[in-house]
Design a protein around this ligand. Sequence first.
Ligand code: FE2
Length: 331
Amino acid sequence: MDGVAPRRAPMPRGPLSGRRTPLRRALAMLCGAGNRLLDHLPGSHWLHRRIHRRLEFTALDLPLRPGAIGLDGLRIAFISDVHAGSFLGVDDLTRLFERVQATAPDLVLFGGDLINTREREILLFERPLQVLRPRYGMFAVPGNHDHFFGPDIGLWRAFLERCGVRVLDNAGVRIAHGGGSLWLCGVDDLTEGAPDLARALHGRREQEPAILLSHHPDFFFEAAAVDVDLQLSGHTHGGQIRLGGVAPIHHSRFGYERGWFVANGCKLYVGRGVGVTVLPLRIDAAPEIPIVTVRNPVPAAAPRMRSGAAVPAAMLAAPDADQSAHPAPLP
Ligand SMILES: [Fe+2]
């Protein structure tokens, strides 16, 4: 697609984000070891099962841009931050994916961090993936954990592709439905990979609706400048542990913690994800699998800026209502 703005998502800051440094690597290894230790303690799996009883399948509507046709009713299941391996095994994943399949999705999208602390944890997905049968296929992007806990991401990628999950790291694909089409694309992880939005959008037709997968929500800074209809992200776990409505540990430089955000007519939804990191605890951040239903455009849709136009800074990062708590219409 022409007109990709040269704007680049700024790198998140802090010891839990940004580029891989010796300090960050040591911290991550320490957390990983702690996770594996907790995984063996009695009570951890019980705690995690209690978390999963609160899993929400959040129904979301996505009205498309004016002029979009034929996609009405397309259903997308968005699974992110599974963090398999600690607290979640093959049987848990199988039951989880059976519930996803019961929602009859047309597409199943994985938003990264499938594994937690070991490269081989991706092998846990072999049997569970067999219960998913979306008619237009399964797609995935890598998250920071998928990159971090292995010498490279080769095994992760090869395994998923062998299981029928297409990896969209800086790539896109056209999904045809009901006489219309959608450009489904994904970028590599912002902190551990090399996201390239221009490559992800290469092949998109002019004014074709687009849905972008990016594990890290802060990539919305870049995506909102190029007229994508929706970015789906995870990474934050909705805060995972929130005390008094505030998460002590932040994973988004822009405050994209959970729910809907809008900029330049483009939408971002940050899912709370499925699993946990470090502690088998979630407080005020129930796990979530959003089920997005695409809708034909409403007649009074707000005008959009031209493709590639710069986004005024003031339009960015205005958090919208958390739709899981307030099932209001989309912004
Ligand atoms: Fe992540």
